[in-house]
Design a protein around this ligand. Structure first.
Ligand code: FAD
Length: 458
């Protein structure tokens, strides 16, 4: 009987152990593999136009790499997956395991429904080098802090990349068709496995060596820009880790550059691990750092949030970041940290509202990475930046966008200002006509936040 390979966040053929399992099983019975993607209306709606557009293109690429045999079915996976199995007489469904709360609930429900028909759900691999929940302290408890987690994660190690399967016999089955890509309204990167591998190879050759110094500079292209590909599983972190090791062995990349990149991948795994142990962290702070009355409310909150979302806070570095997000579905990590700090600590708006805006617009929007990074900045996470560390939007600009090129790219109203003066337009004689006034005074709000923090500790 055919086997079913159910694609979810693993839209690739290379280094895909679940595909290897499905193919092996199909071969043993002289049968073929149904490559299934279920367009789940609940997930599709929550993805928003940017991720919908990217996903539609990625599925298009995946379909092409299966020779046009990708079977797309629209509907609730709890109904669709058992129905497809019944249609072809499959006895097993292969997946890479999901670890986020929604995916876990969905998979457990599908597994139970399949079991009623004697069909098994086989989980092989996950979107991570090491499955969340697996890296533990010697006492068997989850890690609370990143650095020891990373050491244990490195020590635990991971499997070698799975070989690219040759000649998968893809089954032919009626498909509801690929979803239409909506108008994203943002300039998105090329989607699909081949584009992800190209981007990675270019970064290995040209970007990685300088990554430790350039990665904090939003005015340079100093990072790999692989987050959308990792989010959708167009490339697996195992592939990246194996290539890093061989680049170091061959001497083409210094170990400290590889180690810095590996460490960023470890953050991705750490956040997934924290969410696995604390599924409530999608919405709830893992700790309380300021009193309830510290937060802006009502019309004040709405007005401040709107200024932040639209990139008109009057702080150039913050506004540049927020407009980069709207323009490209992506924002540089340094600027994500700054705008998040600004929302929570200068505008006193809860992190959940900022996280919601990010999820609506990020092409790499991922519930574990987004919510836990927000909690890190807000000081409410497991291993978080201390609440009293408050980013200064001006000094961050002067340090990481030293000539102001990033601000001028994203804030056209400031293009007439040369050099670093662009970070403090209010100091210029006559100001910056056409550019927003500052919605708050950073020096004042910083003090308010520190007092709120002290009140919560008393
Ligand atoms: P690179 O610097 O090239 O890093 C390589 C990879 O390492 C990234 O693709 C990513 O998978 C991982 N990585 C790097 N930094 C982090 C980090 N701080 N936490 C976790 N993983 C990291 N990343 C997402 O993938 N999805 C999100 O929804 C998301 N939301 C964020 C929200 C906030 C408030 C902050 C501060 C960060 C968020 N990040 C998120 C993390 C980080 O900003 C992005 O992963 C990174 O900017 C992606 O660009 P890159 O691929 O060029 O990164």
């Amino acid at each position: 009987a055919p086997t079913v390979l159910w694609f979810r966040r693993d839209l690739r053929l290379a280094d895909n152990p679940a595909l290897g399992e499905a193919q092996g099983e199909a071969r043993a019975t002289g049968s073929d593999v149904v490559g299934l993607y279920v367009l789940d209306p609940a997930l599709w709606a929550s993805a928003g136009p940017v991720r919908q557009a990217y996903l539609a293109r990625s599925l298009h690429e995946l379909d092409a790499s299966t020779g046009g045999r990708l079977v797309v079915r629209h509907g609730d996976p709890r109904e669709v997956v058992p129905a497809v199995c019944a249609e072809v007489g499959a006895r097993s469904v292969h997946v890479a395991a999901s670890y986020e709360p929604y995916g876990r609930r969905r998979d457990d429900a599908v597994e139970a429904l399949l079991a009623e028909r004697d069909v098994s759900l086989q989980r092989t691999g996950s979107p991570y080098a090491v499955a969340p929940g697996r890296v533990r302290t010697r006492g068997g408890t989850p890690f609370q802090v990143f650095t020891p987690f990373r050491s244990a994660w490195l020590e635990h190690g991971w499997r070698a990349p799975a070989p690219l399967p040759d000649d998968v016999a893809w089954a032919t089955l009626a498909s509801d068709g690929l979803p239409d890509a909506p108008e994203a309204g943002a300039r998105l990167p090329a989607a699909g496995e081949a584009a992800a591998l190209d981007r990675w190879h270019a970064f290995l050759a040209d970007g990685l060596a300088d990554y430790p110094t350039d990665r904090d500079r939003p005015d340079l292209t100093g990072t790999s820009y692989l987050s959308p590909a990792l989010k959708w599983g167009e490339i697996h972190p195992r592939t990246l880790l194996a290539d890093l090791a061989s680049a170091v062995r061959s001497g083409s990349v210094p170990e400290d550059s590889a180690a810095t990149y590996r460490s960023e991948l470890a953050w991705r795994e750490f956040h997934a691990d924290v969410l696995f142990h604390h599924p409530g962290a999608v919405q709830r702070s893992l700790r309380t750092v300021v009193p309830e009355d510290a937060w802006a409310t009502g019309a004040t909150e709405d007005a401040l949030l709107a200024a932040w979302c639209e990139g008109r806070t009057g702080y150039p570095m913050v506004d540049a970041g927020m407009r980069q997000l709207l323009g490209t579905g992506w924002m540089h990590n340094r600027v994500r940290m700054l705008v998040a700090s600004f929302l929570v600590k200068d505008l006193h708006v809860r992190w959940q509202r900022g996280a919601e805006h990010f999820m609506a617009h990020l092409v790499d929007g991922d519930v574990s990475q987004n919510q836990l990074n927000w909690q890190w900045v807000a000081g409410t996470g497991r291993d978080a930046a201390p609440y009293f560390r408050i980013f200064n939007p001006v000094t961050q600009g002067l340090k990481f966008d030293p000539d102001g090129a990033y601000v001028r790219e994203w804030v056209p109203e400031l293009r007439g200002i040369t050099g670093k003066a662009v970070h403090e337009p209010w100091k210029l004689p006559g100001g910056a006509p056409g550019y927003s006034e500052r919605v708050v005074d950073h020096a004042v709000e910083r003090k308010v936040s520190l007092e709120d923090f002290e009140r919560a500790r008393r």
